[in-house]
Design a protein around this ligand. Sequence first.
Ligand code: NAD
Ligand code: LMR
Length: 332
Amino acid sequence: MAKDPVRVLVTGAAGQIGYALVPMIARGVMLGPDQPVILHMLDIPPAAEALNGVKMELVDAAFPLLKGVVATTDVVEACTNVNIAVMVGGFPRKEGMERKDVMSKNVSIYKSQASALEKYAAANCKVLVVANPANTNALILKEFAPSIPEKNITCLTRLDHNRALGQISERVGVQVSEVKNVIIWGNHSSTQYPDVSHATVISEGAEKAVKSLVSDDEWLKGEFIKIVQQRGAAIIKARKLSSALSAASSACDHIRDWVLGTPEGTWVSMGVYSDGSYNVPAGLIYSFPVTCRNGEWTIVQGLEIDEFSRKKMDATAEELTEEKALAYSCLS
Ligand code: NAD
Ligand code: LMR
């Protein structure tokens, strides 16, 4: 029997990530090839005409899984009954800016949209915040939507996770699908800590540690970390626009694994509400290694943390604590 459609909200849908993301959702990349969807697309009035153009293209593409499109500038209409909310709306950073430089513009959007989601979204709606500063926007959304369970509010660090997989695959000379269990700890910012201490490559049926295959600790602790931390800036420099197709694809990966589960023996990185695991301060949205089953994420426990990792994990937590204070000062 055909499944009931899932309603997926994309905010900022007339923007560049939105334009890459909505066809992926309509094709089943996010929720699977047998899951019908109804897209809810929100943007602001100046983008209403462009948003309508995106709607026209969705109709023209004749996606079999797409059972309806709501294109609106009305936040209540956009949020009503949605099961999944992908929050992309906001301002992207430009060359020379840090992601937190867009804080004052973006946190107020997340405060007001929190209330709409809380009131009008379906019960148990899963929320993914993409817009920067992603962790802190997600935290503000969580704090201003107190009745949405905290486990339902996450932010995107899967793009950083995928970037780390890509760098390791190029360095070791294996397919990216053969690399697993990298970790992004902390903030989706230049203090994030891409960690390969527990990462492996599966080759010819055997699992080998990335550390021993790369066999260059200086690169792993230096250039590799820097490349992943600065990849967003490198894309902006090259494209004069921030990443879009990779962000959209990673957002699909994030939701797909959350809803449908992570493969046995594999974890992914998600920005989630810290419960104090690994001595990360509770009450921050911090990226951890997680596994997902039955629509719920669980932080991977018991990984050994050496002194090098500890310092990096603490530094990115400290930045998130500062961002939280800055966000509140922007809102007051
Ligand atoms: P964009 O400027 O192309 O699109 C943003 C869209 O949001 C625009 O259409 C704009 O009109 C809309 N918008 C603005 N305010 C809104 C509001 N209040 N409600 C609804 N829509 C609103 O930007 P983009 O390149 O698509 O990037 C979007 C965001 O995603 C940026 O903040 C960017 O920095 C961030 N980003 C995050 C990641 C990540 O990995 N977390 C990756 C890439 C980009
Ligand atoms: C990215 O990582 O590509 C995005 O967060 C955009 C940016 O500002 O870096």
